[in-house]
Design a protein. Sequence first.
Length: 256
Amino acid sequence: MKIPTSGAGQEPAAEPRRAAGVAHAATPPETLSWRIVSHIREALFADELKSGDFLGTEASLAERYGVSRMAARDALRSLAALGVVAIRPGKHGGAWIANGKLDRFADALAIQLKLISISREEMLETQAAVEIHAAGLAAARATRDDLARMQAILDGMPDCIDDPAAFAARAMDFHAAIVEAAHNRGLSAHFRALRHVLQPAYSMSNKKEIAERVIADNVRLYDLIANGDAEGARKAMSRRLARVGAAEAWRAPARG
């Protein structure tokens, strides 16, 4: 394991000191800690670090980077908050590069999408980017278990047709099953994030005829995926989402 540093016992990428005779203000601990965070992130993206690698203790990191233990502690806390490291307390404790968690990424992305007030148009465009491609991949990659999951969701959809919120949740379950059947973790993570902001919008309609059309669309999608028709699945998903975007309920201003 190699962690980039700017020299043994030196502060990473230290700022130039002022001319002789002028007092040099100490760099704030926050700045020093962020430099450690940046170096470790760079090492991770450069494949110099990987999940499970031991970074060291607070004391050893402080010594390695030539900073105070407070700066090292702040850096570890920041890295832990970002999900980069796992910290274990105790005599044999320290910091390790954490294992990736897609659910954590999806939750964080969903929150940021909400905070930026993503529009319905942007949501639908993003959904299309993920799901149209996923539908084609699902047609090529879906396993028997994937197909059984989709079929079970379809079978249960008529039971909640009179409950808009429950029906929207079941419909999103079906879309999630398609994305999962693509067996692409990047697509799955993005859909999980998007679902948090999509589902409330899909819960607005309480018209039975719309729900019946959704079921019919989903049955066609299932048949195309089950038959391995990737192009047909992509086109069917595209038509389905285009119909959503054209719906009056979708184009109406968000409530609240």
